[in-house]
Design a protein around this ligand. Structure first.
Ligand SMILES: C[S@@+](CC[C@H](N)C(=O)[O-])C[C@H]1O[C@@H](n2cnc3c(N)ncnc32)[C@H](O)[C@@H]1O
Length: 447
């Protein structure tokens, strides 16, 4: 790919284009609305968060809607930081061989950046190359933050390649703006973009979504279609109130049926529950697993991964599922009720582990050391406090399910400092056409 000797600053819509002195701080305001800075940029690599890295006069510019190897004209949208700016591609000057027509015209680079629907930020990239880029992000994070070299590939979910990576979302959240218009937010903004279609959603979700309608009040709309085909549409006002008691729905995974609230947490990809069940079952080292030990399912939700362990190791397996949301724990208790060794606890994981660290008996401590811990934290990861408490309890093995590889890499770095080694990791593309990727990693105590 030919490279220009130097990116040229340009002014939008005319021959003469504006630049700013390198390192100049422009305060908290974004680039002036009527005088946007436009830059010609050579895009070098992928960054975490669905953006790509270019440089302008020594400063990093994070650019959206492009990919490595492209030359683009990009409009600067954020100059608040000294060390980096943010910009949106407005025109592709030299496309990559991996560029495709966007799978969602509402998110395409042909639209003005403010009118592009968010949530499909890799939709212009060939599907296999999206996975290469996700791998690059994982490998870089593991190398920098955990000192681990990753050679794994990012695996597709069943059926995604055949469908071109569309029609996988079983739940969608739409927004309603002050004028009553319905749609997703634009990328990196709270501006609602009305859309005609939702190609990442399964057909039944798209059909149930009130696209093109008007609402009388601002807020959000959650559209969910269960694996059994039940449709639920929950409207919330701007302060998040649903206006009626939460609806209970059911999801089926293999022979199990899970009850949960329609707006409660459930894996978004229609195949994710079974893919993650199998991945977690496969990530446990049998030789280290003790069904009578103090086994834990942390951030347990309605019990999906506790059930994965129970179904693999049998009904005598003891496991305690810990979840902070009380209604969710109630559902987990019902979902796991047929299984004698399963317990559910409503608590924040960090509080629960601190309690175990300070109050458990010598016998419990021994059973914890012999235990297996599955943890599936939210996007922010487990965090330092939880990692330290967990490492202090020293369970025999951990299975870490991560929806943010960078937060995982940070936690892995801390776990390695505290005596754990990475025994294996898989990366699963459960979010095609977005930058997101799921990881399932096995860690064992190094002693
Ligand atoms: C990524 S979901 C995983 C749920 C479950 N493992 C599954 O696959 O369905 C994370 C869950 O952790 C819960 N959670 C978030 N922060 C928590 C905390 N500090 N302690 C306990 N649970 C937490 C959320 O309510 C959510 O149910």
């Amino acid at each position: 790919m030919p490279r220009s000797p130097r990116p040229r600053p340009q002014r939008s819509g005319g021959g003469h284009r504006r630049t700013q002195a390198p390192g100049r701080r422009t305060g908290s305001a974004p680039a002036a609305e009527h005088d946007p800075i436009e830059l010609e940029l050579d895009v070098a690599s992928v960054a975490h968060g669905g953006v790509f890295v270019a440089r302008h006069e020594g400063r990093v510019v994070f650019v959206s809607d492009t990919m490595p190897g492209e030359r683009v004209l990009a409009r600067v949208s954020d100059t608040r930081h000294d060390r980096f700016w943010r910009a949106e591609t407005v025109r592709v000057l030299q496309p990559s061989e991996h560029r495709r027509e966007h799978v969602w015209s509402a998110a395409s680079v042909e639209r003005d950046p403010a009118e592009r629907a968010g949530g499909a930020e890799f939709g212009h990239i060939e599907l296999g190359h999206q996975r290469t880029l996700k791998h690059d992000v994982i490998a870089d994070a593991l190398h920098r933050m955990a000192g681990v070299e990753d050679t794994s590939v990012v695996e597709p979910a069943p059926g995604d390649d055949e469908r071109g990576g569309i029609r996988w979302r079983s739940r969608v959240r739409l927004q309603v703006d002050d004028a009553g218009a319905i749609g997703p937010f634009a990328a990196r903004s709270h501006r609602v973009v009305p859309v005609d279609d939702l190609p990442l959603a399964i057909d039944a979700v798209e059909r149930a979504a009130p696209l093109g309608e008007q609402q009388t009040r601002s807020g959000s709309i959650d559209v969910t279609v269960t694996s059994e085909g039940f449709v639920s549409v929950t409207r919330r006002d701007a302060d998040g109130q649903a206006g009626r008691r939460p609806l209970v729905i059911h999801e089926r995974v293999g022979d199990r049926r899970f009850a949960l609230e329609a707006t409660g947490f459930w894996q978004v990809h229609r195949k994710a529950p079974e893919v993650l069940t199998a991945a977690v079952q496969g990530a446990v080292d049998d030789s280290l697993f003790d069904p009578r030990a103090f086994n834990l399912d942390l951030y347990g939700g309605v019990g999906l991964l506790a059930a994965a362990i129970g179904d693999r190791f049998g009904p005598t397996t003891r496991i305690t599922s810990v979840e902070s949301d009380e209604n969710t724990t109630d559902h987990a208790a019902a979902n796991l009720a047929d299984w004698i060794g399963a317990q559910t606890v409503t608590a924040r994981v960090e509080h629960y582990l601190r309690d175990l660290a300070t109050r458990s008996s010598a016998g419990e401590r021994a059973r914890l050391r012999a235990g297996t811990v599955v943890l599936d934290p939210p996007r922010s990861g487990a965090g330092r406090e939880t990692v330290e408490l967990l490492a202090g309890l020293a369970p025999a093995q951990l299975v870490y399910v991560a929806c943010d590889p960078v937060a995982f890499a940070r936690d892995l770095g801390w776990l390695r400092e505290r005596g754990y080694e990475l025994a294996g990791a898989r990366a699963l593309d459960l979010f095609p056409h977005t930058h997101h990727v799921e990881m399932v990693a096995s860690l064992v105590r190094a002693d």
